[in-house]
Each structure stands twice: as structure tokens, then as C-alpha cells.
Design a protein around this ligand. Structure first.
Ligand code: ADP
Ligand code: MG
Length: 569
């Protein structure tokens, strides 16, 4: 064997390890879920590569994970015959954290263990969770197709560095050997390990096996009563059927939840899910999840999103973006198609008709899930607070579903006294005044500015509700959302506002009188302001403020002008 080399962990890995060991203690058994999940991913990746090179299987085509407990050595070993890793892959995967935005994520950690443990949940814990229960971890791995002498041994006590050595390993795949801490010996009990696997990993599609000792023959009175001896053998302790291929009625909520954690690398329970088999023009199964919490990289442009793609149960790729529009990028899940070819690549995906109709199917399904969720006020509000900003990209991106998306939006409004966005357009319609035939809104820099805007005075006086918008994206949203159920949406800050239908006779008299009374004042304003303004008018919008700036109906709003300036236009 070659010499051992020592490497330092990336700073973020050190932080993660510290945090994990100290704060995930009450949840320590999840290390098994994470390691079995990785083994299953490794099997998926090998199966995919073997589609174009079957020789990668060698003489070992039955993919599985094996768990071995050694009470003497106090180790638990998770062994797979999946894809394995090269030395460089070991360095990249088990010494750094590859996710984009990792630095920013770690800078958010507060030092408060409870809060941080929660954040870590959304980040995903993965391989490093082994150190919750182990004070030393040894990884031995051989990449599929490589020679036995090229295997790599990685070892670490989780304290800042790890060692690497080239070793010999006959079988393809990865062994992870956990040297359990003194107080973690319960994980050497077979029943304990079995119950954890049943709880967390039943849905894994390859067998998770444990060794069954030989059973001696049990002699009965007669030959019929005698039970034959069973030789020692590896036995699957999970169902080993891909969850989404099973019948909905046979799958428990817990199984759906655990499956979500496996595919999403998220640690918290999902908000809801929908599992559908579609037969007809297209044949596919989809399983979609709405997460409870936004991932740390929701706003990172380089962050991966999209569904896990399978073709006829064979894993093809992660993060297939083609099946979900960007404004629904927070959905997690998978798609298993029978219509795409097994050798489908990203390029093929991008220009096949099948992709288009699958995308349409998944989008409709996702919007249906949201409509269903919207019927439960509290859950929907929680959803909206996490993902509402993303959904607001919808009307600009997806013209065909504009109306459905509009129905899902929530706004702050003058109807309430606080900034919470909880008014739907339908709520608004239900509260419109006699004679009102438009939906009024105001966009401002922040909620306080919106709430105190002089533009609202006349609406307050007449008791007409106005939606108060102050998110960065709102101006963009309102340019694309011009109508809802045949009612126009109108900015109260733009010209052409005609509330005369809502005036009573006394109002009309008063307006006429004031226009006459101010005629000469207006002339003096016009002369003084000259080219700086388009027009000066007597307004009936204001009750307390003396004057306000408005833009012409078809001009850019003041808000949009600021937005354009901020991006250098
Ligand atoms: P994630 O699974 O979210 O990518 P992990 O920390 O669990 O994060 O694993 C990091 C990476 O290490 C994996 O993406 C994979 O490339 C590699 N890896 C971990 N375990 C195995 C394994 N048993 N076989 C092959 N590669 C593995
Ligand atoms: Mg993992």
C-alpha cells in the first residue's frame, strides 16, 4: 500500500461537523438513512452508466446495500456495489461541500444550536452525519471499471483533517465503516438497526440486506414436522420496491415523507405531496412535493432545481429543469416516463414533444396541488410566506396559466392593518363597492410607504379597498397581471383614475366648485413648473395632503423608474 497523505477539510466542512456532532444529537439515527440513501444513489448512477456500457457490472449485476454489525470491533459497515469513487471524487465529495451558495449558508448560522439545527435540516446533512455516532470513519471505495489496486481509503476522526491512501479492494463500490463512539453501542443491536431501516429506508429501491445466521435443522416428531436447516444468507430487510411504482393505497404518509427526504436532501417534512399515474397519450408517473421551508439557495441563480427523471424505473438524471417552469422551482419530486428513450440526454430532452407535454402535465398537477392547499388557510399562508415571491414570477412566465396563478396570489391590503400578505383577489372581489368595476392597487418601496401614501386618501374616504404591494418583484408582476375575472387591475398612482361612478351628487357639486375656484392657481403652477411636468390638474384624490405626483396612464410608474435606475437603465 502507498503512503497515507493527510488533507485538511474545507472550513465549511469543519463547521458542519462541529455543528452536527453537537446539535443533531437527539436525531442521531438519521446517519443510517443518509448513508443508505447515498448507497442507493450510487446504485442509480451505476445503472445509468451501464445503459451504455453493460461491462461495468462485471459479474456483479445485482445491486444492493449490505449492513454488517461487528460487536467485537464496535463497528457498523454500510457496503454497496454501486458506482464507487475515484481519488479525486473522494477529495471533492468527502472533503468539501459542493453545493453552490454554501459560504453564504454558513454565514447565516447564528451559533444558537436550536436555530442552526433547523437550518442544517434544509441544507441537508448527508455523509458527514456519520460523525454524529462515530469517532472515526473509514471509507474504502473502488470506482466501477477501475482495477482493484486503484481503490482509495479515506479515514477521519472528524476533527479537521482526513487521510487518503491507495489500497486494494476486489469488489466495486463503497464500504463505509463507522467506529462507534462509546455511548453509541445500541447501533450494534440487530433489532435496532432493522427498525431504523424500516422506518427510514423501506422505500429504497434496491435491497438493504443483513446477514442471517445459519438455522440448524429443527427435528419434529415426524418428518413433516421437521424444519429443514437454512444455511446462512444475506436477507433483504426493506421492501426494495421503488416507492412510486407501488399502489397509492399501500403507501403510508410516513413512507411518502421519508421518500421526500431521500430525494430532496431536505431534512424537514414536506408540506404536501401528490402521486399520480397517468395513462393515455403519455404514460408516466409523477410524485410531486411542496416543501415546508424554502431551501437556502432558492434565490441563487446557479442553484439546481427540477425533478428527478426516471425512464421505465431507471434513474436518468437529477434536477431535470425541463419539466417545471421556473416560478414553480420550489417543487421537488420525480417523474418516471415510459415514452422517453432510455438514452435520453439533456439535448434530446430539450427538443422533444414528449418533454413539452410532460411539462404541461406536471405544471397543471403542481398548480392543482396549490389550489388544494389554498383551501386550507393556515397551511397556505405558511406556504405563501416561504414561496409567494417565487410564485409572483408566474404571470410573466406562464401566460396560459395566468388566471390560475392570479387566483393563488396573496396581497397586503388596506382592508387589514398589517403587512401580512393574506388577501386573495377573490376576497377583494367579494368586498367591492356598488358601482366599483376595477381592482385598485398601489406599489411602493415598502409597506409603510404604501400604507401612508397620499394616493390612498380618496379611497379611504369612500371605503374602497386598495391592495398594497411592496415586494421587489411587484411592479413586474403587475405589468403582466392586468385582469382578474374580467375586472381590470388599476394602479391608484397612475393618471386616468375615474372614481366619478362612485361619487354621490354632493361630491359632484363640490368637485365642480373646486375646479372653478382653482382655475387661476392651476395656471400659475403650470407657468412656474413649465417643462418639468406634463400637466397640472385639480385632483379629487386627496383629502388631507395638498398635492401628489402621478404618472400618465401609459407611462412608466415612479416605482418602475426607480427599478430601472437601480439596474442601470
Ligand atoms: P448528497 O447525497 O446530498 O450529494 P452527501 O454528503 O450525502 O450529499 O454525499 C456527498 C457526495 O459523496 C455524493 O453526492 C456522492 O457523489 C458521494 N458519495 C457519498 N456516498 C457515496 C457512495 N456510497 N458511493 C458513491 N458516492 C458516494
Ligand atoms: Mg446524500
Amino acid at each position: 500500500t502507498a503512503q497515507k497523505q493527510t488533507h485538511g477539510f474545507q472550513a465549511e466542512v469543519k463547521q458542519l461537523l462541529q455543528l452536527m456532532i453537537h446539535s443533531l444529537y437527539s436525531n442521531k439515527e438519521i446517519f443510517l438513512r443518509e448513508l443508505v440513501s447515498n448507497a442507493s444513489d450510487a446504485a442509480d448512477k451505476l445503472r445509468f452508466l451501464a445503459l451504455s456500457d453493460a461491462s461495468l457490472y462485471g459479474d456483479d449485476g445485482e445491486l444492493r446495500v449490505r449492513l454488517s454489525l461487528d460487536k467485537e470491533a464496535k463497528t457498523i459497515t454500510i457496503s454497496d456495489n454501486g458506482i464507487g469513487m475515484t481519488e479525486q471524487e473522494v477529495i471533492d465529495n468527502l472533503g468539501t461541500i459542493a453545493k453552490s451558495g454554501t459560504k453564504e449558508f454558513f454565514s447565516q448560522l447564528s451559533g444558537d444550536q436550536n436555530k442552526d439545527a433547523n437550518l442544517i435540516g434544509q441544507f441537508g446533512v448527508g455523509f458527514y452525519s456519520a460523525f454524529i455516532v462515530a469517532d472515526k470513519v473509514t471509507v474504502r471505495t473502488l470506482k466501477a471499471g477501475a482495477a482493484a489496486e486503484q481503490a482509495v481509503e479515506w479515514e477521519s476522526t472528524g476533527e479537521g483533517e482526513y487521510s487518503l491512501a491507495t489500497v486494494k479492494k476486489e469488489q466495486r463500490g463503497t464500504d463505509i465503516i463507522l467506529h462507534l463512539r462509546d455511548d453509541e453501542h445500541e447501533f450494534l443491536e440487530e433489532y435496532k438497526v432493522k427498525s431504523i431501516i424500516t422506518k427510514y429506508s423501506d422505500h429504497i429501491s434496491i435491497p438493504v440486506e443483513m446477514w442471517q445466521d445459519e438455522q440448524p435443522e429443527q427435528k419434529g416428531e415426524t418428518e413433516e414436522d421437521t424444519i429443514a436447516a437454512v444455511p446462512g444468507h444475506w436477507q433483504a430487510i426493506n421492501k426494495a420496491t421503488a416507492l412510486w411504482t407501488r399502489d397509492k393505497s399501500d403507501i403510508s404518509d410516513e413512507e411518502y415523507q421519508e421518500f421526500y427526504k431521500h430525494i430532496s436532501h431536505d431534512w424537514t417534512e414536506p408540506m404536501s405531496w401528490s402521486h399520480n399515474k397517468v395513462e393515455g397519450t403519455n404514460n408516466y408517473t409523477s410524485l410531486l412535493y411542496i416543501p415546508k421551508k424554502a431551501p437556502f439557495d432558492l434565490w441563487n441563480r446557479d442553484a439546481q432545481h427540477g425533478l428527478k427523471l426516471y425512464v421505465q424505473r431507471v434513474f436518468i438524471m437529477d434536477d431535470a429543469e425541463e419539466f417545471m417552469p421556473s416560478y414553480l422551482r420550489f417543487f421537488k419530486g420525480l417523474l418516471d416516463s415510459s415514452d422517453l428513450p432510455l438514452n435520453v440526454s439533456r439535448e434530446i430532452l430539450q427538443d422533444t414533444k414528449v418533454t413539452q407535454s410532460l411539462r404541461k402535465g406536471c405544471t397543471n398537477r403542481a398548480l392543482k396541488m396549490l389550489e388544494k392547499l389554498a383551501k386550507d388557510g393556515d397551511s397556505y399562508q405558511a406556504f405563501w410566506n416561504e414561496f409567494g415571491q417565487v410564485l409572483k414570477e408566474g404571470p410573466a412566465e406562464d401566460f396560459a396559466n395566468k388566471d390560475k396563478i392570479a387566483g393563488l396570489l396573496r396581497f397586503a391590503s388596506t382592508h387589514n392593518d398589517d403587512a401580512s400578505q393574506n388577501v386573495s383577489l377573490s376576497d377583494y372581489l367579494g368586498r367591492m363597492k356598488e358601482g366599483q368595476d376595477e381592482i385598485f392597487f398601489l406599489v411602493a418601496d415598502n409597506y409603510a410607504a404604501a400604507k401612508h401614501s397620499p394616493h390612498l386618501e380618496v379611497f379611504r374616504k369612500k371605503g374602497i379597498e386598495v391592495l398594497l404591494l411592496s415586494d421587489r418583484i411587484d411592479e413586474w408582476l403587475m405589468q403582466h397581471l392586468t385582469e382578474f375575472e374580467q375586472k381590470k387591475l388599476r394602479s391608484v398612482a397612475k393618471g386616468g383614475l375615474d372614481l366619478s361612478k362612485l361619487d354621490d351628487d354632493a361630491d359632484k357639486e363640490a368637485h365642480k366648485a373646486s375646479e372653478e375656484a382653482f382655475a387661476s392657481t392651476i395656471e400659475r403652477f403650470k407657468a412656474a413648473l413649465g417643462e418639468q411636468v406634463k400637466d397640472v390638474k385639480v385632483s379629487h384624490r386627496l383629502t388631507d395632503s395638498p398635492a401628489c405626483v402621478v404618472t400618465d396612464e401609459h407611462d412608466m410608474s415612479t416605482q418602475m423608474m426607480k427599478l430601472m435606475e437601480s439596474v442601470g437603465q
